[in-house]
Design a protein around this ligand. Structure first.
Ligand code: ZN
Ligand code: ZN
Length: 454
């Protein structure tokens, strides 16, 4: 018997965490934290694991919505054996320490989380085991009741450095968990590897299922449109603020902008980066010959960059215009991109360009979906502000488009599809299209706390 129990990230893009019980072996797929929620509310529903066997955790990639609650999971289950790709482990070492610092500032007083220390992170990361893509693991938990082990393989998911989809096999049952998956290539990452993944059960993310793909374009066509828009702002002496995730989008855009400047299509200008994004770029550099990627010769740290965190007076950007890649990608309060935004909104020659997915409840989403001259209220208690700068909306997707999600179903030929990691309307669109295109598929929309058993 196989039991699938969502603990978080089932019906939104938040604290991704799923429990699988395969013949008595307890496996956790991802252990994320919700980027917008605070305190205990930001964690997956770990309490649902009471009395269940929990033996292994598999982390698909190092984004916070997939790994951020791992220290809390380990507090509950100290004997847990954790697996990731070597690259995810390398990035986790940086991001989990960083998250410990943020947690201290970000506590919810009514609902506090026990802080974890840097020593605990040190131990956790050291205990993480790694498996390369395609390396076969054969595992049995403490209460496993079969002579057959569970076989597990990481597949390259093409999303960010080290990202993996996870294929599980037990007796005659196959399960494929996509994690965050991208079927198109970016400037650094190549597309996901779907070879040999015919499955019985497909557990798939649905991030872009709600978005009309004609709006998304391709990485290359968006880059052209982005370059033209940036050139126009630079001609007026303005600077461009680009809110980006420090992991993934920072490295992809940095590489893209550098290549466009080298080609002469993008005006030569200053690039501003900083913080943990820079450290993560070094991990990309170190792994450039180890994993499959594009532009292997491109070394991110050799691209001339200025450090945003060394600039106290933002008037500096008027005298030294350029492109500022600042996290967070959704301009959450208190982050670098949010602080810069406050200054940017008052500059009529400047621009804010959105480049990726934003949660509808974030300041970033509100800005990117407004126009110059309009009023915007960034959060519930703030005074509406007039937008003086230009606003641009671009898509550099690191997730599959909705048609690509359907092609995953076509290639994996499942008899059971479980939809996770997306908004309600995206799941509706994908569910409807799967049912109308394929015969005999049992469709489930995952719900936190509701198990699916087969
Ligand atoms: Zn991700
Ligand atoms: Zn995600």
């Amino acid at each position: 018997m196989i039991r699938f129990l969502p603990l978080g990230g089932a019906d939104d893009i938040g604290a991704s965490c799923f429990y699988l019980n395969i013949s008595g072996t307890g496996i956790i797929l991802d252990s994320g934290i919700h980027p917008r929620k605070k305190g205990i509310a930001s964690l997956p529903a770990f309490e649902l694991l009471n009395d269940l066997p929990v033996d292994f955790a598999f982390i698909s990639h190092a984004h916070q919505d997939h790994i951020g609650s791992l220290p809390f999971l380990v507090q509950r289950f100290p004997h847990l054996i954790i697996y990731s790709t070597p690259q995810t482990k390398e990035i986790a070492e940086l991001t989990l320490h960083n998250a410990a610092n943020i947690l201290k500032q970000n506590q919810n007083e009514e609902n506090p989380l026990r802080n974890y220390t840097h020593e605990e992170i040190e131990l956790l990361v050291r205990s993480m085991r790694t498996a390369d893509y395609e390396e076969l693991l054969e595992l049995k938990g403490m209460r496993h009741i079969s002579r057959q082990p569970v076989k597990i393989v990481f597949k390259d998911a093409g999303h960010i450095l080290g990202s993996a989809a996870i294929r599980l096999e037990f007796e005659d049952q196959k399960i494929f968990y996509t994690g965050d998956i991208n079927l198109s290539s970016q400037t650094i990452m190549t597309s996901a590897d779907l070879s040999g993944i015919k499955t019985d059960t497909l557990i798939t993310e649905t991030t872009y299922a709600a978005t009309d793909s004609s709006l998304l374009g391709t990485w290359q066509s968006e880059l052209k449109r982005f370059t033209r828009a940036v050139n126009l702002i630079l001609q007026k002496g303005g600077s461009i603020l680009v809110p980006v995730f420090s992991l993934g989008k920072t490295q992809e855009l940095l590489a893209s902008l550098h290549l466009m400047m080298k080609k002469g299509t993008l005006t030569e200008t200053n690039l501003y980066t900083g913080g943990i994004g820079k450290d993560i770029s070094n991990v990309y550099d170190r792994n450039r010959y180890i994993i499959k990627r594009k532009n292997k010769e491109l070394v991110l740290k050799e691209i001339p960059q200025n450090n945003i965190y060394e600039i106290d007076d933002f008037n500096y950007f008027k005298k030294h215009p350029g492109i500022v890649l600042a996290s967070s990608g959704m301009m959450l309060e208190g982050t670098a991109s949010y602080k810069l935004l406050d200054f940017w909104l008052r500059q009529d020659t400047f621009a804010v360009f959105g480049v990726g997915y934003m949660d509808p409840d974030t300041p970033g989403y509100k800005i990117i979906n407004s126009k110059k001259g309009e009023l915007v209220q960034l959060n519930l208690f703030s005074v509406p502000r007039k937008i003086e700068c230009e606003i641009g909306k671009f898509y550099f997707p690191s997730h599959s488009k909705r048609e690509e999600l359907i092609s995953i179903v076509r290639k994996t030929k499942p008899s059971r599809v479980i939809l996770i990691h997306g908004e309600e309307k995206g799941k509706d669109w994908l569910g409807f299209n799967i049912l109308s295109k394929f015969n005999g598929i049992k469709l489930f929309s995952a719900d936190t706390g509701k198990d699916i058993v087969w």
